[in-house]
Ligand binder design. Structure first.
Ligand SMILES: Nc1ncnc2c1ncn2[C@@H]1O[C@H](COP(=O)(O)OP(=O)(O)OP(=O)(O)O)[C@@H](O)[C@H]1O
Length: 614
């Protein structure tokens, strides 16, 4: 059974610590006012809204009920630093054991579980400095966990510890153990600030007469957005803060796109791959999960900017539509299917070994993809006479590939390598510069800018592939000036914001409007270099994976060596580009984005096949 329903959003306003209050709540309505802005939510707790003690009962208990019906569910606490996320989730080490959502979830789960034949497992992860760590791992070396995506698009985590728990106390002890291991640190804003995003997952398997339900409840306590000048962060704390901010920026970007009905209907590419956080939350936002977001805010006037930002994104998240599906299997189905869904600790280890010995072979339909990409937009003209692709179609196609595009590029490169005439066909598309918003977002974490800079970059409205010629003819300064002028700089003060559907600009950008054009230009040039760095990083990672796979499998050595050589060639090419990258102009470097290259190959492959036949 499939259930399409919006993400539900609650706002939790933490108590005020002796300063002026900037939020009011409409009595008996889930409506919040801040300055002249008004937002509507599913629930509002605190500050004369519903009592915070009702958060579990109103927002989370229905998800636990759904978990027992076989639906995946997610509770996600979001908000600025010190707004009370950890307190609300009950993940902290300094709160009472019964405080917060997770202890109540445990109580509820173990009450319900008495009536059914079931098995419960838990895992606990953190994303710290853009790496995923297992908080329940017995090995103190803390090797990062690797994300894998199955052919069906399911995100799996290689080698993660999943422990079976029989009692509430068992589960509590794992929560406490992971919470102690989780990275925390003191800042000027929070004496015990979470320096990582934490995900506590309860996997439930219920065996019935004819079926087995296998569902997961994810309880997510995000690290809070922060400004270095307020937290006083430097050194290690500053580095952590940058990683936290860039992953939250990626999350906001995903929320903004998913929350925009027009973009959703157009099937715009969702940049889940930009950060580990969005990758992990892929199912929870716009996917197979029932999701509740709890936006934690401070009512203090000193926090008004961050609070307004949180309220805007939270409001936008209400437009996200999820499609939850009951996770069930027939009891007569082969048992490995269930093992695959909920591997135990030892099974998970075996699974990791299996992965190493058996390279992932994607199964997808090239014909259908090409059909999607080319015909309707280029029916009457020769394909190579005009751009035949649409950015969104292509990204859609890439996302359907389920594997990194870099390895596709290598495969296609091999295919094309033997024919010199074919390279001519690729040329026109190679030469078109592609300035894609998602590419820019991918590059942002490498820049190590402040969050303010990130926000401004996200607002640049970089031209899409639909106007490539305009972009290539512009100098960098023309480009940035053009885009700076397109910024919506004036804060909207009077309109009812819930109708804006995420069209408003975040407040942080206001400070940046007066920045010099050269600063933006410099940042933009840095971006292209950063893109190559990112690409190089991704390729190196793929290469390491391939080498690991080669070590474990004799039979596939030949094929893998071939893929490895292709990747090495690509890395070499990128290194050369990087070496000359700092002196290159953005239009030149961006034109060689490998996504464009892969795109060109995808687009022209059918033509070449056709010409071969002739
Ligand atoms: N509703 C509340 N009632 C009482 N105290 C609260 C409440 N919410 C938060 N606090 C207190 O505020 C402080 C900060 O809360 P918490 O650590 O949960 O914030 P956070 O949003 O998780 O911050 P960070 O993102 O930095 O980890 C803690 O000392 C906590 O006890």
């Amino acid at each position: 059974m499939k259930s399409t329903e919006p993400v539900r959003v609650a706002v939790n306003i933490r108590p005020l610590k002796g300063c002026t209050d900037c939020i009011t709540v409409t009595p008996d309505e889930p409506q919040v006012h801040i300055g002249s802005h008004t937002f509507m939510y599913d629930f509002v707790f605190g500050n004369a809204g519903l009592p915070s003690s009702q958060i579990y009962h109103r927002c989370v208990a229905p998800l636990v009920e759904d978990l027992f019906k076989g639906y995946n569910a997610t509770v996600l606490a979001y908000g600025q630093t010190a707004s009370g996320k950890t307190y609300t989730m009950g993940m902290g080490t300094n709160f009472g054991t019964s405080d917060g959502i997770i202890p109540k979830v445990m109580e509820d789960v173990f009450t319900r579980v008495e009536a059914v034949k079931s098995q419960i497992r838990v895992s606990f992860l953190e994303i710290y400095n853009e790496e995923i760590y297992d908080l329940l791992a017995s090995n103190p070396s803390r090797a990062p966990i690797i994300i894998r995506e199955t052919a069906s698009g399911e995100i799996t985590l290689q080698g993660v510890t999943e422990v079976e728990v029989k009692t509430r106390e068992d589960m509590s002890s794992y929560l406490a153990r992971g919470s102690f291991t989780r990275a925390t640190g003191s800042t000027n804003m929070n004496i015990q600030s979470s320096r990582s995003h934490a995900v506590f997952t309860i996997s439930l398997q219920i065996t019935r007469a004819e079926e087995i339900l296998c569902a997961k409840l994810r309880l997510v306590d995000l690290a809070g957005s922060e400004r270095a000048n307020r937290t006083g962060a430097d050194g290690m704390r500053l580095k952590e803060g940058r990683h936290i901010n860039s992953s939250l920026l990626a999350l906001r970007n995903v929320i903004t796109i998913l929350g925009d009905e027009r973009k959703r209907k157009k099937g715009v590419h969702i940049p889940y791959r930009v950060s580990k956080l969005t990758r992990l939350l892929q199912d929870s936002l716009g996917g197979n999960s029932k999701t509740v977001i709890i936006a934690c805010v401070s009512p203090a006037i000193s926090d008004v900017e961050e609070t307004l930002n949180t309220l805007r994104y939270a409001n936008c998240a209400r437009n996200i539509k999820n499609k939850a599906v009951v996770q069930k299997q027939k009891t007569s189905a082969p048992s490995f299917m269930f093992k695959e869904l909920t591997p135990s600790k030892s099974e998970a280890k075996n699974k990791a070994v299996v992965h190493e010995h058996k390279p992932y072979v994607p199964s997808f339909d090239y014909d259908a993809m090409f059909k999607e990409l080319t015909p309707s937009k280029s029916e009457s003209l020769p394909v190579y006479d005009k751009p035949v692709y649409d950015k969104e179609d292509v990204f859609q196609a890439f996302s359907e590939l389920k594997i990194p595009w870099t390895s596709q590029a290598a495969r296609f490169d091999d295919l094309f390598a033997s024919s010199s005439s074919r390279s001519e066909l690729r040329k026109p598309v190679y030469d078109k510069p592609v300035y894609d918003e998602d590419d820019v977002f991918e590059a942002i974490p490498e820049l190590q800018c402040d969050e303010d800079d990130f926000e401004a970059i996200s607002e640049l409205q970089i031209p899409s592939t639909s106007q490539p010629d305009d972009v290539s003819s512009s100098s960098p300064s023309e480009f940035t000036k053009h885009n700076t002028s397109s910024l919506d700089v004036s804060p909207k003060k009077t309109e009812s914001e819930q109708e804006d559907k995420c069209q408003n600009k975040p407040m942080e950008i206001i400070d940046l409007i007066d920045d010099e054009a050269e600063d933006q230009e410099k940042c933009f040039i840095d971006l292209t270099t950063a893109e190559y760095h990112l690409e190089l990083k991704e390729l190196n990672k793929r290469l390491e994976e391939k080498e690991a796979e080669i070590r474990g499998s004799d039979e596939e050595k030949v094929q893998l060596e071939k893929e490895k050589r292709a990747l090495q060639r690509e890395i070499e090419g990128l290194r050369q580009k990087l070496a000359s990258g700092s002196s290159a102009t953005p239009s030149c470097t961006c034109s060689k984005r490998s996504s464009c290259k892969t795109l060109s190959l995808l687009v022209f492959l059918p033509i070449i096949f056709d010409s071969d036949i002739e």
